[in-house]
Ligand binder design. Structure first.
Ligand code: SAM
Length: 266
C-alpha cells in the first residue's frame, strides 16, 4: 500500500472510531509505524479502543517541547500550558523551582527549558510517573508530595507548581470514557469537592517558598474561591485566577507574603 493510501485508511479508521483530530493523529501513527503495516494495524486498533495517542507514539508536544509520556502516565493537557509558561516567567534565571505531582514532568520540562540555569525538582507518588519524568531528564523524587522533597530547605524555593488531581469524585463520571478507562484514577480523583490535594499543595508550598515566591496551581470552577481562605491563612497575597479564552478558570497564581517571613516556624 502506498504511503498516501496508508494515511487515508488510517484517517478513515480513526474518524469512524470518533477521533476528532483523525487526520493529524493518523499522520502521527503512520510515521510512528515506520512502514510496518502490522505495527500500524496494532496502533490503529489500540487508538480506536481509546488508548491515548501519546502512549502509542511515546511523546506529546507541550509548550513546543517534546515530552516523553510512558504508558500508564497521565498525558499532559494543552490547558496546562499557560500556567507552565507563567511559572517559567516567574522563575529567576538561577532560581529554584519545585513541581509537585509532576506526572510525566511536562511542566518541569518547560521550566528547565525556559530557565536552563535554574534548578528544577519534581515529585510524584506514582513510580511509573517518576520513571517517566526521569526519562525527560528531570531530577524527580518518588513519594507523597509532603515527604518526597522533605530535604528541600523551608523558604528556599522561588516557584512551586502543581497540577494535582482536582476532579471532584462526584464529577469523575462526567469525564470522557477513554480518560476514565485508561488514565490512572490516582491522577484524576481529587476527592469530595476536588480540593483536598489543592489544600495540601498550598500548605506545602507555603513551607517551601521564599517570601515573594510564587505558587501556581491548576484548578477549575469555583475551586479558586474555595481555596482562598487557606491561601490567605498561609500568607499568600496577590491571588489571581488564570482564565482561558472561553472564560473558564484554569489555574491560580499567588505570591507568598514577604511580611513576617518564612516558614521556619511552620
Ligand atoms: C493530573 S496529574 C498531573 C501530571 C502533570 N503535572 C501534568 O500536568 O501532566 C496528577 C499527578 O499527581 C500524582 N499524585 C497524586 N497524588 C499525589 C500525592 N499525594 N503526592 C504526589 N503526587 C501525587 C499522580 O500520580 C499524577 O501523576
Amino acid at each position: 500500500m502506498s504511503a498516501i493510501d496508508e494515511l487515508h485508511e488510517t484517517t478513515a479508521a480513526l474518524r469512524d472510531a470518533g477521533c476528532v483530530a483523525a487526520e493529524e493523529e493518523a499522520a502521527e501513527l503512520v510515521e510512528h509505524a515506520g512502514g510496518d503495516s502490522a505495527r500500524l494495524s496494532e496502533l490503529i486498533a489500540r487508538r480506536c479502543s481509546g488508548e491515548p495517542l501519546a502512549w502509542l507514539t511515546g511523546s506529546v508536544q507541550f509548550c513546543g517541547e517534546t515530552v516523553v509520556v510512558h504508558p500508564g502516565v497521565y498525558v499532559p493537557r494543552w490547558q496546562s500550558e499557560p500556567m507552565a509558561l507563567e511559572a517559567a516567567a516567574r522563575l529567576p534565571e538561577r532560581g529554584l523551582a519545585v513541581d509537585l505531582c509532576t506526572g510525566s514532568g511536562a511542566i518541569a520540562v518547560v521550566l528547565s527549558s525556559r530557565r536552563p540555569l535554574a534548578r528544577v525538582l519534581a515529585c510524584d507518588i506514582a513510580p511509573l510517573a517518576v520513571d517517566c519524568a526521569r526519562a525527560n531528564g528531570l531530577e524527580a523524587f518518588c513519594g507523597d508530595m509532603d515527604v518526597a522533597l522533605s530535604e528541600v530547605p523551608a523558604g528556599s524555593v522561588d516557584v512551586v507548581t502543581a497540577v494535582v488531581p482536582y476532579v471532584p469524585t462526584e464529577a469523575l463520571r462526567l469525564l470522557p470514557r477513554d480518560v476514565l478507562t485508561f488514565e490512572p484514577l490516582q491522577a484524576l480523583d481529587g476527592g469530595e469537592g476536588g480540593t483536598a490535594l489543592l489544600e495540601r499543595a498550598a500548605k506545602h508550598a507555603a513551607r517551601l517558598l521564599r517570601p515573594g515566591g510564587s505558587l501556581l496551581l491548576e484548578l477549575g470552577g469555583d475551586q479558586g474561591e474555595l481555596l482562598r481562605p487557606t491561601l490567605v491563612g498561609e500568607g499568600f497575597v496577590g491571588l489571581e485566577l488564570l482564565v482561558d479564552d472561553d472564560g473558564d478558570v484554569r489555574a491560580l497564581s499567588a505570591r507568598l507574603s514577604g511580611v513576617g517571613t518564612v516558614a521556619a516556624s511552620r
